[in-house]
Design a protein around this ligand. Structure first.
Ligand SMILES: [Zn+2]
Length: 443
C-alpha cells in the first residue's frame, strides 16, 4: 500500500519512550474496544456524495468512561443514538466525540447508532465517467471508525449500487434488488481486522472466476476480456499457496482482485485493488507481477498480523515488499530475487548519501518518498540481510513462528525480534539495534 492519507494518521501516533519499551494497551488508553461495525452506504456517484447509517458495538475498557472519541474525517453527523435516545455529540476537526449519559463499568458492551452524510475528497474514489466507485484507505472519510491499526473489529458492509454494477468486498457478496435502478451488495468480514483494510470496489466491470489451490478467485476489470483478466492474475493462486507455506498459515476464504481506474495498489481484507495501467504492464511481461504478490502477501503481513501503530509500519510494508521478491524467486528463479535486492540496496545507498536514512521504527513520518523508501525498500533489504545471516532454514522457521504466533494480532517490532531469536537460538539484539532501531549499514 502506498497512500499519502495515512501520513496524517501517522503524525497523530505517540512516540515510543525507548525502542524496546512495551507501549500501554491502546484499547485501555482509548477507554473502549470496538467489537463490530455495521454500515449501510448510499453513495451518489454523479454528485460524489454519500449517506450512511452505522451501528458500532463496543466494550468499555475503563470504568466510568464518559467520552468516546472516533475518527470521522470530513463527515457531517446527523444523529447519534444510544439505547433509543439521542446522544450528545460534537465534531472537533476530524474527531467525533460522544458523551455517554452515565459512568458504566469496564467490560460493559454498548451499541451506538449513527446517521451521517459526506462528500469525501479522498478515501472514497468517485469516477462517474468510468462508472466506478471504490475505497482507497482513509476509512474514516466514508464511515465513523477508529483508524488506528491496533483496533480490530468485525465488519458488515452494505452498499447500494447502480443495477448495472458488479462489485467485490469482504468475501462472497449477497446481492438484493432494491428497485429497477439499484441493487444492495452485502459483505461480512467475520474475522476482526483493522479498519484501514475495510472497503469495496464497484463498477461496470467484466468478471472472470476461477479456482486455484483450493481458493475461489474472482477478477474484475472494465475493459479486458475475461481471457486477459485470467492472464493478468494467472499466478494469484500460486502466490497465496506460496505465502501460506512461508507463513505456516494457509489462506482461508476467497480472494478477489479488481483493476480500477487509478490506484498505486492496495490491500484490503480478502481482496486487493490494482490499476488498469498496471494490469497492462503485467499482460506485457509476467515478471511485472511483483505488485500483485505484494498485495497478496499483505493478507498475512499487514492484515493477519498488523503493526500496532504506524511507527512499526515496516512490519507491514517491508515484509510485503520482501515477500513479493521471495515469490518472484520461487516463480522465476534466484536472479529475479537478486534484482529486487540490488534495487533495495541501491535505494538504501541513495538514502544514506542524501542524509535521508533513519531507523525503520520511526514515529515522525513525513509524506515524502524518502520516508516511504526507508520503510518499504530498506525494510525489505533488512529482511534480506536477516535471511543471509540466519540461513534458509532458521530464517523461514522464524518467519513461520512469528506469523503463526501473532495471527489476528497487532504487534510491535519487539514481537518480531523475540520470535526470530527464539526460533534461531541466536541473540539478534545487535542486529536489530543497528539495522532496525538504527539507520543500518550496507554490509
Ligand atoms: Zn503494501
Amino acid at each position: 500500500m502506498t497512500h499519502r492519507f495515512r501520513w496524517f494518521l501517522v503524525l497523530a501516533v505517540c512516540g515510543l519512550g525507548s525502542p524496546f519499551a512495551e507501549a500501554a494497551d491502546p484499547a485501555v488508553a482509548r477507554g473502549f474496544d470496538v467489537l463490530h461495525y455495521g454500515v449501510r452506504l448510499d453513495p451518489d456517484l454523479d454528485a460524489k456524495t454519500l449517506r450512511g447509517r452505522e451501528t458500532i458495538r463496543l466494550a468499555l475498557t475503563r470504568a466510568g468512561q464518559r467520552e468516546l472519541a472516533f475518527d470521522a474525517g470530513a463527515l457531517d453527523i446527523d444523529s447519534v443514538q444510544y439505547e433509543g435516545r439521542e446522544l450528545a455529540f460534537s465534531k472537533e476537526g476530524k474527531q467525533l466525540k460522544l458523551a455517554l449519559p452515565e459512568g458504566s463499568p469496564a467490560g460493559k458492551t454498548l451499541e451506538i447508532s449513527l446517521a451521517y452524510r459526506g462528500a469525501p475528497t479522498y478515501g472514497l474514489e468517485f469516477h462517474p465517467e468510468e462508472k466506478q466507485i471504490y475505497t482507497i484507505f482513509s476509512t474514516s472519510q466514508w464511515m465513523v471508525a477508529i483508524d488506528a491499526p491496533d483496533e480490530r473489529a468485525s465488519f458488515a458492509l452494505s452498499v447500494a449500487l447502480p443495477a448495472s454494477f458488479d462489485a467485490i468486498g469482504h468475501g462472497k457478496a449477497k446481492v438484493e434488488r432494491i428497485d429497477a435502478k439499484q441493487r444492495l451488495f452485502q459483505w461480512q468480514q467475520k474475522v476482526p481486522v483493522p479498519s484501514f483494510v475495510y472497503g469495496f470496489a464497484a463498477g461496470e466491470f467484466a468478471a472472470a472466476d476461477t479456482r486455484a489451490h483450493g481458493v475461489a478467485l474472482r477478477m474484475l476489470a472494465r475493459d479486458p476480456p475475461p481471457e486477459s483478466l485470467r492472464r493478468v492474475f494467472a499466478d494469484t493462486g500460486d502466490m497465496l499457496a506460496f505465502f501460506g507455506e512461508r507463513a505456516g498459515v494457509r489462506y482461508e476464504g476467497r480472494y478477489d482482485q479488481a483493476l480500477v481506474v487509478k490506484t498505486v495498489g492496495q490491500e484490503l481484507a480478502g481482496f486487493s485493488l490494482l490499476s488498469e495501467a498496471y494490469g497492462q504492464e503485467v499482460l506485457e511481461d509476467a515478471k511485472n507481477e511483483g505488485l500483485i504478490a505484494h498485495e497478496a502477501a499483505h493478507q498475512w503481513w499487514g492484515i493477519g498480523t498488523t503493526c500496532r501503530d504506524w511507527g512499526h509500519f515496516w512490519l507491514n510494508e517491508g515484509f510485503a515488499t520482501f515477500m513479493a521478491a521471495a515469490y518472484l524467486e520461487h516463480r522465476f528463479g534466484k536472479d529475479e530475487y537478486l534484482k529486487s535486492v540490488a534495487r533495495w540496496r541501491e535505494r538504501t545507498a541513495r538514502l544514506v548519501a542524501e542524509g535521508k536514512n533513519h531507523a525503520l521504527v520511526y514515529q515522525q513520518w513525513k509524506p515524502s518518498g524518502d520516508d516511504r523508501a526507508v520503510v518499504y525498500q530498506r525494510g525489505a533489504y533488512v529482511l534480506h540481510l536477516l535471511r543471509e545471516r540466519l540461513g534458509e532454514e532458521k530464517f523461514w522457521k522464524g518467519i513461520r513462528d512469528y506469523t503463526r504466533e501473532h495471527r489476528g494480532r497487532s504487534v510491535e517490532t519487539a514481537d518480531f525480534q523475540r520470535a526470530m531469536q527464539r526460533s534461531s537460538g541466536q541473540d539478534l539484539d545487535g542486529f536489530f539495534r543497528q539495522q532496525v532501531y538504527g539507520s543500518g549499514g550496507l554490509d
